[in-house]
Ligand binder design. Sequence first.
Ligand code: CTP
Ligand code: K
Ligand code: MG
Length: 180
Amino acid sequence: MIGALVATAFWAMLPAYVPNNAAVLAGGGRPIDGGREWRGARLLGDGKTWRGTAVGTLAGVLLALALNALVEPASAALGVDFPTFALPAAVALAFGAMCGDIGASFLKRRSGRERGAAFPGLDQLDFVVVALGFVFLVDTDWAVSVFTPGVLAVVLVMTPILHVVTNVGAYALGLKNEPW
Ligand code: CTP
Ligand code: K
Ligand code: MG
């Protein structure tokens, strides 16, 4: 029962989990804010780039399409009724994750935090909250059927744990400048 909830939560959120990690690998180039400042600090900072955002979003969408192709064998193997992703839902999850991360950087700069500074709580949940918000807006019936209260509860507990583990791992591998 809990295993099925965890498996469903992980499957349904994978298109939102991958973009931030893909952005770390792809990042660089022109910052979204073009170097502009607002109220004495960068609008977003050099850590939010057009290329990272585009590649991150694309990676999440492609992952959703790959999961669609695997849905039958995966469901049969685990005995779980995994959902497929319509394109609008996939885009909402992937682009929502990137927007949540960008929004968090905006808040970090407003609160005097330099690029790379930690903001515990926000760092671990920003992308999930916006990804879920977007997908509930864009594909409401699908989102309501997939993200039941049980699945949502698992997402809120599991995401910070996965975030910490993947970021410490990326830092240890030298892919990321900070372990958060
Ligand atoms: N990245 C990017 N574009 C994005 C998000 C991330 O290019 N939309 C890349 C950047 O190279 C960034 C790295 O991924 O430095 C790590 O992402 P993150 O930790 O979110 O950015 P920070 O550099 O820590 O900046 P901030 O303090 O604004 O979060
Ligand atoms: K971040
Ligand atoms: Mg960071």
